[in-house]
Design a protein around this ligand. Structure first.
Ligand SMILES: NC(=O)c1ccc[n+]([C@@H]2O[C@H](COP(=O)([O-])OP(=O)(O)OC[C@H]3O[C@@H](n4cnc5c(N)ncnc54)[C@H](OP(=O)(O)O)[C@@H]3O)[C@@H](O)[C@H]2O)c1
Length: 291
């Protein structure tokens, strides 16, 4: 049985493929990529490629086979009709008789405009009749740590999460969960919805304290309003969709929607999730001296 991954060259997809290659032979992995050039590195490692543009449903004809375990990772292109992209994958997987359709969604507790696409896609997945697994992932710790060069430069953590807490996990943790579902020999993930997040929820004050400890200097957390934060992200050049997503996540954290700890991620991957301080330490390696 094959494991098929869309968005395979993106930041989550790359990690998923890496983990899959440790579990199954490369020729059982099919990466759906927008161009052969994008997937060249994967092909060199023996991964099968299917070149398909999610905006063009016909390009998905023949991609899936009966029994395939499919992981739909959204392409996340703000300019695209993302629900239409997801419908194209769901329809093609269903038409081919896929054995499993897993989808990386957002937490059930999240109430934000950015969640609409995911709720509608979940509806499509459920209506497809294909055995499904909804991987509702909480926020990713790297969403914060990848901004550390700027934080160290400015000497302040500016976010709009108030005193809220977020049960984030690392990208590696979420990828491991997707692989557990796709490559799990015993199966058992059919028609399940998982609320995936870290074992410990943390606040931005705790995050700033951890960054300060690692940097060897005081780097405070300055809480901003949603509007001010959105404006600062837009002024920094982020497209409206991305700025709304990031600021919206903070607003959800402030409202307590992303702080729930379910333990489902660590159970799925068979180990504790990566603690926030570990992710900070990893990201700070080399940064402090360079600052
Ligand atoms: N990143 C994480 O840690 C993480 C964790 C949990 C859940 N997620 C979820 O996973 C999703 C993707 O996140 P990401 O960070 O991996 O995004 P990303 O890095 O932007 O990756 C998007 C992928 O989609 C491909 N793509 C773009 N347009 C396409 C099209 N029209 N047809 C086919 N493929 C197309 C891209 O290929 P090119 O690069 O060649 O354009 C790339 O491989 C998001 O919904 C996110 O919420 C991400």
């Amino acid at each position: 049985m094959r494991m098929v991954v869309t968005g395979a060259t993106g930041s989550l997809g790359t990690r998923v493929i890496e983990d899959l290659l440790e579990r199954v032979p490369a020729d059982r992995v099919l990466a759906v990529v927008p161009s052969g050039r994008a997937g060249a590195a994967l092909a060199a490692r023996g991964v099968r490629l299917a070149v398909a543009d999610l905006d063009v449903p016909e390009s998905l004809i023949g991609v899936f086979r009966p029994g395939d375990r499919v992981l739909l990772i959204p392409a996340d292109d703000p300019a695209a009709d993302r629900v239409a992209q997801h419908r194209a994958v769901v329809d093609a997987a269903a038409a081919a008789g896929a054995g499993l359709l897993a989808y990386t969604s957002v937490p059930g507790a999240l109430q934000a405009r950015a969640a609409d696409v995911h709720r509608r896609t979940e509806g499509l997945v459920l209506a497809s009749g294909v055995p499904y697994t909804l991987l509702r992932t909480n926020w990713c710790t790297e969403a914060y740590t990848e901004r550390l060069p700027l934080v160290l430069h400015l000497g302040v953590v500016t976010q709009a999460a108030g005193d809220g807490r977020v049960a984030s996990a690392s990208r590696a943790d979420y990828a491991a969960a997707a692989v557990a579902v796709l490559a799990g020999e015993r199966g058992g993930h059919e028609d399940r919805t998982y609320e995936l997040g870290g074992d410990t929820a943390w606040s931005l004050s705790e995050y700033a304290a951890e960054v300060s400890r690692r940097a060897g200097r005081e780097i405070p957390y300055r809480a901003m309003s949603y509007d001010a934060y959105l404006a600062s992200l837009t002024a920094a050049g982020l497209p409206g969709f991305a700025a709304e997503l990031i600021a919206g996540a903070d607003a959800s954290i402030a409202r307590g929607q992303l702080g729930g700890v379910t333990g489902q991620l660590s159970r799925l991957i068979g180990r504790p999730t990566t603690p926030m301080p570990w992710s900070v330490a990893e990201a700070m390696r080399g940064l402090v001296d360079a600052d």
